[in-house]
Design a protein. Structure first.
Length: 555
């Protein structure tokens, strides 16, 4: 096993692109509910650049619009790794043909295909796709991931492609946050968390502490030629030259992504949009890349002296920066531990337990948060209900703030009345101008559904109206026979689009970032006859309402 691990550690692959690599995002940077799983490679804000397999292997999985990666390819390599290429514009002809067969078989544009080793082998450097902007992408780029195939742990691609890019810029720290341990610590005379900004590589103000205090860092890595903020690969906190905490951001287990909400200060991020990553380990944090001393990184200021603290940051290429500051141990404010005022609570509040099941109950609505679902200490929330005079139910918001949750919750909403067709009831969600649809079960006048968030607005809704569909056909003699459709559904949303010419299925494909779909008839099994044909489009929403539109076309 040791020899095998040494061989795997020596594996290197080629760059997936043939141009200078600049990053829009790097591996492991913290994001809400997950770590960034790979590298975002810039493509000069254009699509259509060749994407190459980084090593020998075979295409093991292809997906179209299944998740945030849009058009996506997995290549399994014999060395024990799988590379993933996301946000693609187009697959290579062989891969496209495999996908098309699945799409026509399922009458669906959005599909996933699993392949065997003999279905689509690829060579190191072979072009497998063109770069694009599909999925949850905010601009054209290539998203590259590398996983250990057997356990799907994420590996920093720079480990496998060390010559991928040139970087001489060290990480930069902006500020740290101090967290006095409740009942055991004081920082600068206060028991509340406090942010302290760096001035250059040091701190301008005098700092004091007594008792137990934890720290967290807001920092970012950069590279020349790119203004994008990236995550920091290596972080270390030293107290009087002794390391009390370290992190090597690599080898992320697939089941632990949401623990980023526990490592980072989730409340501060939700309010301010900045991550402070803790340099101490919460008892519930199992992330294996975090290491700490016997005190889990908490610093005990128990002597009247100057404590010299240093943050050491470095990237994969060894670019390093250090930030030094002094905190003076001072017991003069220890009375703050006994005299800390309790903030008055306005309105009804409820404590959500980190380690016990919590039932949030209001008249006509309830939510169950499972045991160990909350990735933080116990916290207070304020549920609210709003009467909807003519609605199917009242509107509920079970928490006034976002909660870092690791499990789904069950929500139950009482119906004010039961409509004619219960199968067309769903739960409508709303948060920050974004509407959604949750499938729900009806039983004894109650709706039951699974939800991921407690701070969205929820209300029973009913959809018995079919989607709206418009069609256009490019009929000029010198044009491509292109059908364009626009489909919209204001309530439950579009679930499926199917097209037929003379009852023969044709595939519509999504126009990226729009609600349009197109079909080039020359790329379908329907052969031209130069005569009138019947085109039919069937759109179905998530409540099963169907809209069927037909028109005659000459093809």
């Amino acid at each position: 096993m040791l020899i095998l691990n040494m061989l795997l550690a020596a594996v290197t692959y080629l760059s997936p692109v043939r141009f200078e690599v600049l990053l829009a995002g790097n591996f492991g940077e913290p994001r809400p509910n997950h770590f960034h799983a790979g590298l975002d490679i810039k493509t000069d804000q254009v699509e259509g650049k060749p994407i190459h397999a980084i090593g020998d292997g075979y295409v093991s999985h292809v997906s179209v619009n299944k998740g945030g990666t849009g058009y996506c390819i997995h290549v399994r390599h014999p060395e024990g790794y799988t590379s993933v290429y996301g946000h693609l514009q187009k697959f290579s002809p062989i891969i496209e043909a495999i996908v098309k067969r699945k799409q026509y078989r399922e009458h669906q544009c959005d599909v996933e295909v699993d392949l065997n080793a003999t279905d689509c082998p690829v060579k190191r450097g072979q072009v497998i796709a063109l770069s694009g902007d599909t999925g949850a992408s905010e601009g054209p780029h290539l998203h590259l991931e590398i996983h250990q195939t057997d356990n799907w742990k994420l590996v920093d691609p720079l480990e496998m492609i060390p010559d991928l890019l040139n970087d001489t810029v060290p990480p930069v720290a902006n500020a740290f946050m101090a967290y006095p341990v409740k009942g055991s610590g004081v920082f600068c005379g206060e028991t509340e968390n406090r942010r302290v900004d760096f001035v250059g590589d040091s701190i301008a103000e005098r700092l004091t502490a007594w008792g137990k205090v934890g720290f967290a860092l807001n920092a970012a890595d950069f590279m020349q030629g790119s203004s994008n903020r990236c995550g920091v690969r290596f972080t270390s906190l030293l107290v009087d030259s002794v390391e009390v905490f370290s992190c090597d951001m690599n080898n992320v287990p697939p089941s632990m992504h949401k623990l980023v909400n526990l490592w980072g200060d989730y409340d501060y991020y939700d309010k301010n949009g900045e991550w402070f990553l803790k340099s101490f380990i919460h008892p519930s944090n199992r992330l294996p890349m975090l290491k700490a001393d016997k005190n889990k990184g908490i610093v005990n200021f128990n002597k009247e002296k100057d404590y010299h603290l240093t943050y050491v940051l470095s990237d994969f290429f060894g670019n390093k920066s250090e930030y030094h500051f002094i905190i003076t141990g001072s017991p003069h404010h220890i009375d703050s531990l006994q005299q800390a005022p309790q903030k008055a609570e306005k309105g009804d509040s409820l404590v959500v337990s980190a380690h016990e099941e919590t039932l949030i109950k209001m008249e006509g609505g309830m939510m169950t948060i499972p045991k160990d679902a909350l990735l933080s200490d116990d916290c207070k929330i304020k549920p609210m209900a709003r009467h909807a005079r003519n609605g199917l139910s009242d509107t509920y918001r079970f928490s006034d703030k976002a909660l870092p949750l690791d499990k789904e919750m069950e929500v139950r909403i009482k119906l004010n009345r039961l409509p004619d067709d219960p199968s067309k009831i769903f739960i409508a969600t709303h948060h920050k101008n974004h509407d959604g649809c949750l499938p729900a079960k009806v039983n004894d006048g109650w709706l039951t559904a699974k939800v991921n968030s407690a701070h969205v607005f929820l209300q029973a809704a009913y959809d018995d109206k079919p989607p709206q569909v418009s069609m256009a056909f490019a009929a000029e003699a010198d044009s491509i026979p292109l059908i364009t459709i626009t489909a919209a559904d204001a309530l439950s949303g579009i679930d499926k689009i199917e097209g037929y010419v003379d009852n023969e299925f044709i595939l519509f494909e999504r126009v990226n970032k729009t609600n349009k779909m197109t079909c080039n008839l020359t790329k379908t099994p329907v052969r031209p006859k130069g005569e009138e044909r019947e085109l039919t489009v069937v759109a179905t929403d998530f409540c099963g309402n169907e809209s069927r539109q037909s028109m005659m076309i000459k093809y």
